[in-house]
Write a new protein. Structure first.
Length: 202
């Protein structure tokens, strides 16, 4: 019968080496992830990245806030392409060309309206980020910028929405290496500071 070697049977210095190696790898991974995430205050439509994310409504035909700003900046051709997509469900994402934007692509995702947290709002918001990030692999996108999805008229609590965004992006970067840069951008100082604090202390 084969004997089992327990961790406790190793000399203390070897156990310490294993722990140190694990901590070193974890630390390096954290540094790599942090260098790939950038927080900016500004206008998402001005960014020269491979793709920007639009916090869209289910019709994909434009609306208020960042959705309307992206449609105005991209031009009427964006609306024409969006009409051919037959809308988008909450938590899902669809991609179009960027047209007049500096960005090559626009990824449209529909965030959840906040109803108190009892209608899977958190799961659907996480899905917005996950489905968007998955599209970056399919379309060879290396740099992408996100607005604060569902944080406007959809009333998602800022603290929770920010944490979901950061945690989901970090999780993706931990297991996927196709992205060089992920930007979180907003014109709201409170949102920008919340993102910065989460990156540093979360």
């Amino acid at each position: 019968m084969r004997s089992r070697v327990r961790a406790s049977s190793f000399p203390p210095f070897k156990r310490l080496t294993f722990v140190s190696l694990f901590l070193l790898i974890t630390y390096k991974l954290r540094i790599i992830i942090m260098t790939k995430i950038e927080i900016l205050k500004g206008d998402i439509t001005k960014l020269n990245v491979d793709a920007i994310v639009n916090a869209a409504n289910k019709t994909l035909l434009g609306g208020g806030g960042v959705d309307g700003a992206i449609h105005r900046a991209a031009g009427y051709e964006l609306l024409e392409e969006c009409r051919s997509l037959n809308g988008c469900e909450t938590g899902q994402a669809k991609i179009t060309k960027g047209y007049k934007l500096p960005a090559k692509f626009i990824i449209h995702t529909v965030g959840p309206v906040w109803y108190g947290g009892n209608k899977n709002e958190r799961e659907m918001l996480k899905s917005c980020y996950k489905t968007t990030l998955e599209l970056t692999k399919k379309f060879n996108i290396k740099t992408i910028a996100f607005p604060a999805i569902s944080c406007g008229i959809y009333r998602f609590p800022l603290d929770e929405a920010s944490k979901i965004a950061i945690d989901t992006i970090k999780e993706y970067l931990q297991y996927n290496n196709n992205l060089d840069k992920v930007i979180l951008i907003d014109i709201n100082d409170e949102i920008v500071e919340r993102y910065k604090n989460l990156i540093l202390f979360n």
